[in-house]
Ligand binder design. Structure first.
Ligand code: NI
Length: 328
C-alpha cells in the first residue's frame, strides 16, 4: 500500500493497477534492506527513537524515582514517627517510673506533698509538733526538714543551751517557728520556791529575746510538771502553759521507725505532740513524718496557731494539752 506513495508515484500516474507488481527489483531489495536494518537496530537497542530513552529511563530512572519517592516519603514519615516518640517518652517515663520503680515501695503515697506556703485552713486537720530540750546539734537538720517539706513547729528551749546555738534559734524564729521556754536548766518547777520558778521563767525568756529577737509567752514546764503555784506565777507573767496529749516517747525509744509508728498510729486533728530535737533518731523520724503527715492532709502549725485557729483563747496561767474548740 505505501509503495504507491513511496517510489511508484510516477508509474501510478500511468493509470494501470498491474504496474505495482512489476516494480523494479531494486526497489524490493532496498525495501528489504531498510526493513532488515530497522529490525536490527530495533533489536540491538540502538534505534534512535523517543521510545528507547523512554524505555531505558523507566528502567534506570524510575527505579531511583520510585526509591527516591519512598525515601522522601519515609523521611517525613519517620519524622512524624519521631515526633510522637518524645511525647511518648514524656508520658511513658512517668508511668514507667511509677509502675516499675515506685510500685514496690511507694504505691500508697499517691497524695502529693502540698505547697509549703499554703495559708492555714481552720476547717482542715492540724497538729502542733513540739520539740523540747534544745537547741542542740540536730536542731539545724530538723529545721532543714521543715524547710524542705513544709510545716512549722514549736521549740521549747532550755535557756542554758541557747548560747551554743544562738544562730540555730534565730534561724528557727526567722523561718516562722514558734519559740517557747522550757526553763533555764530543766528543774521540776513544782519542787521550787516561787522566786526560783520566776527566775527560771524570766531568765530563759530574756535569753530567747536576746538570741532570737522574739517575745516569749509559752512555757512548757520540765516533765510537764505544774501546779497552782506554777500556774499562778505564769499567769502573773503573761505566760501560757503548754503540755501535750501525744507522747511517742522518742526520748526513750531512740528509734526512728518506732517514733514514726508511734506518731502515725495516734495522731489526730488538734493534737500537741511531744518530741525532743536533741536526739538524732527523733530528727530521723521527723524527716519521714513531716512529709507524710502533710501528704495525709495535716497542717503542721505552731502551738499558738493550733490553739487559736478555731477562735480558741490562750489564757495566761492556764495549761493547754491540745486544741479545745469553742463549741466543744
Ligand atoms: Ni524536757
Amino acid at each position: 500500500m505505501e509503495i504507491e506513495f513511496c517510489g511508484g508515484k510516477g508509474r501510478a500516474m500511468a493509470g494501470k493497477r498491474e504496474q505495482p507488481n512489476k516494480r523494479p527489483w531494486w526497489l524490493w531489495g532496498l525495501l528489504a534492506v531498510l526493513v532488515a536494518a530497522g529490525c536490527l537496530l530495533f533489536m540491538c537497542g540502538g534505534f534512535p527513537t523517543g521510545n528507547e530513552p523512554a524505555e531505558d529511563l523507566p528502567v534506570v530512572e524510575e527505579t531511583p524515582l520510585v526509591e527516591e519517592t519512598p525515601a522522601v516519603e519515609e523521611v517525613p514519615v519517620e519524622e512524624p514517627v519521631e515526633m510522637p516518640e518524645p511525647e511518648e517518652k514524656a508520658e511513658v517515663p512517668e508511668d514507667g517510673v511509677t509502675e516499675e520503680t515506685l510500685p514496690p515501695e511507694e504505691e500508697e503515697p499517691k497524695p502529693e506533698l502540698p505547697p509549703k506556703d499554703l495559708p492555714l485552713d481552720p476547717e482542715k486537720p492540724m497538729i502542733a509538733l513540739t520539740f523540747d530540750d534544745g537547741p542542740g546539734e540536730h536542731t539545724a537538720r530538723l529545721l532543714d526538714a521543715f524547710d524542705t517539706y513544709g510545716g512549722k513547729a514549736t521549740f521549747f528551749v532550755v535557756g542554758r543551751n541557747i548560747n551554743a546555738y544562738k544562730d540555730v534559734l534565730k534561724r528557727a524564729a526567722e523561718e516562722g517557728h514558734e519559740i517557747g521556754s522550757h526553763s533555764w536548766n530543766h528543774p521540776q518547777l513544782t519542787k521550787l520556791g516561787q522566786d526560783s520558778i520566776k527566775e527560771q521563767i524570766t531568765r530563759t525568756r530574756d535569753k530567747i529575746q536576746e538570741a532570737a529577737g522574739v517575745e516569749v509567752n509559752l512555757l512548757r514546764p520540765p516533765y510537764g510538771a505544774q501546779n497552782k503555784t506554777v500556774r499562778a506565777i505564769a499567769g502573773e507573767m503573761g505566760i501560757v502553759l503548754i503540755n501535750w496529749n501525744v507522747d511517742p516517747k522518742d526520748w526513750q525509744l531512740r528509734n526512728a521507725d518506732k517514733v514514726y509508728d508511734a506518731v502515725m498510729n495516734t495522731v489526730k486533728d488538734g493534737d500537741i505532740i511531744l518530741c525532743h530535737d536533741i536526739h538524732s533518731t527523733t530528727v530521723d523520724a521527723m524527716e519521714r513524718l513531716i512529709p507524710e503527715l502533710r501528704m495525709q492532709g495535716y497542717q503542721l502549725v505552731t502551738v499558738t496557731e493550733l490553739l487559736t485557729a478555731k477562735g480558741g483563747e490562750m489564757v495566761p496561767g492556764t495549761q493547754y494539752r491540745y486544741r479545745v474548740d469553742p463549741e466543744t
